[in-house]
Design a protein around this ligand. Structure first.
Ligand SMILES: [Zn+2]
Length: 540
């Protein structure tokens, strides 16, 4: 192996015991997988970072290299980008997939998405007329047009991403088809692209490697990566978890392909060592498993055997969770829900000035499939003083707060003071009043509704501190009227968000699923670390 190994830095990661049989196997494996990216014009340490950042089959690096700094990632990204641009996309096949910390890091994603993003910008900005786009697109698909140039590059990327060629339908230039409505409404087109790219990558991965077959329909990135957050686990265990997630575990059965020796488990001497044996059956790691399960979360089974039985297909090998179509449909339904805004009142500046307390809430904000947002407002007096409802589009607390402010602006026709505990809403309102343009902001669909009223000085927003007891409110100078108004809006918003949650049976099934995944990840990472310790394979 010699120079090649040193060049790849695998020897350094494998530590002083690199001559132990399993280590050589790991090195051979890593070399094979890294051969393709060895020519990246980046130094050894950058390539190590690449491995640890990516969590690819180089999971080997995971335990040895910590989380790279933002600066390292940026340097790395540029180096890899250069390499990919020079040698074509396929060279980077194994570099990074969905496990990278940021989508921007992935050089393949950058190369793939950049032409489309540029075309979208040009279309929106008017520098690329829609007719020109269509003309070139027709020509390219008929085989008559030029197959290079910015439009052709964008078309090629869209084809590889499975997006068809109707760029204008999801950029907001024309009406979006149903499948893109959700994304077009609630976020930028980049999010659509990144999502499409993730799906395409995962599908390719599942086709290439049988261990990932169960996620062919999409991987649940959030649930799968929860324990990779800084501080969620010991760094060593996290490194091992990366190895497991990337299917980089080398069992004796796998090693036997190179060394020609038997595949018997060297740790218990009871049968063949495959993934199932190592993680779930081998008696040598029994106490490690028990230790891992001690820390696990309440809804997960306590015994290894029960846990194993509860894991969905494929999860017991790579602990990557597939997207549940049912939960996805429910989430989409929640995002398409009508926000039930009050009717727009006739604007009449001579009518009485009003005060409205607004609030937004979001339940389970971290969970991409259970998060539900609700908005509410409380009018200073009158019969219909309380309003509230679901939030359309992205289920976030910011969007909920903003929806509440939009609702308030519709409810009163005269001068209106919105009292909100959202710094986001109040600060942005002040920026609009000072002349800022809301066109490039997140949730610009809602800002467009609110901004004219702020510019005309009919509506202004005031910030108050939220959720104070009467005593503390007095101490902080918050009037009792504001405190009660905010409290009413707050509880109404919470109730509105709760209405959107799927039934309790589904919520608890989801919790159980997440807890089981969490427990399985802890267990497998702990066992993998034990194996590495037993075989002397620790980082330098
Ligand atoms: Zn064993």
């Amino acid at each position: 192996m010699g120079n090649a190994v040193r060049d790849l830095g695998v020897a350094a990661a494998a530590g002083k015991s690199r001559r132990s049989p399993i280590s050589s196997m790991r090195i051979a494996l890593a070399c094979g997988r890294f051969g393709r990216i060895a020519r990246i014009p980046a130094s050894f340490s950058w390539r190590c970072l690449l491995g640890s950042a990516a969590g690819t089959s180089a999971g080997l690096y995971g335990a040895a290299c910590g989380r790279p700094t933002a600066r390292d990632l940026e340097v790395l990204r540029r180096a890899a980008h250069k390499a990919v641009c020079r040698r074509g996309r396929r060279q980077a096949a194994e570099m990074v997939f969905m496990l990278s910390p940021v989508a921007k890091l992935d050089p393949k994603a950058v190369v793939m998405l950049a032409p489309v993003v540029t075309a979208v910008r040009a279309l929106r900005g008017g520098t690329l007329p829609l007719d020109t786009w269509r003309g070139v697109a027709d020509a390219v698909s008929a085989g008559a047009g030029r197959c290079f140039g910015p439009v052709a590059a964008a078309l090629r990327s869209m084809q590889e991403l499975g997006l068809g060629r109707d760029i204008e339908t999801w950029t907001g230039v024309l009406e979006a088809p149903r499948c893109w409505q959700q994304a077009a409404r609630s976020c930028r087109s980049q999010a659509v692209l990144v999502r499409a790219w993730h799906c395409a990558e995962v599908k390719r991965l599942a086709g290439r490697r049988p261990a990932f077959a169960h996620i062919a329909g999409g991987m649940e990135v959030w649930a799968t990566k929860r324990l990779l957050k800084p501080g969620a686990l010991d760094a060593d265990v996290q490194g091992c978890l990366r190895t497991v997630l990337a299917d980089g575990v080398v069992t004796e059965k796998l090693a036997a392909k190179w060394n020609g020796r038997g595949a018997d488990c060297p740790h218990c001497r009871h049968g063949l060592e495959d993934h199932e044996h190592r993680f779930w059956l081998c008696t040598a790691w029994h106490s490690a498993r028990c230790r891992a399960l001690e820390y696990s979360v309440p809804a997960a089974p306590r015994s290894t055997r029960n846990l194993w039985r509860h894991l969905p297909d494929g999860v017991a090998r790579t602990v990557t969770l597939a997207v549940s179509p049912e939960l996805e449909a429910l989430q989409l339904q929640a995002e398409c829900e009508d926000p039930v805004l009050p009717p727009q009142q006739f604007v009449d500046m001579s009518s009485r000035a009003r005060t409205v307390w607004t609030d937004g809430a979001c339940l389970r904000p971290a969970d991409p499939f259970l998060r539900r947002a609700g908005w509410a407002l409380r009018l200073d007096d009158g019969q219909d003083a309380n309003w509230g409802g679901p939030v359309q589009g992205a289920q976030t607390v910011q969007r909920a707060e903003l929806t509440a402010a939009v609702a308030a602006s519709r409810l009163a026709g005269g001068p209106l003071e919105i009292v909100s505990d959202s710094e986001f809403v109040v600060l942005r309102c002040a920026q609009i009043a000072a002349g800022a343009n809301e066109g490039e902001w997140d949730h610009d669909d809602l800002w467009k509704l609110l901004a004219p009223h702020i510019r005309s000085r009919r509506v202004r927003a005031r910030w108050i501190v939220a959720h104070l007891s009467p005593t503390k409110a007095r101490a902080r100078g918050l009037s009792e009227r504001d405190r009660l108004g905010n409290a009413a809006a707050d509880s109404n918003a919470g109730a509105a968000a709760t209405c959107g949650l799927p039934g309790p049976a589904r919520v608890s099934a989801r919790q159980r699923q997440l807890d089981c995944l969490d427990a399985a990840q802890r267990l497998m990472a702990t066992v993998e670390l034990e194996v590495m310790k037993a075989t002397g394979e620790q980082g330098p």
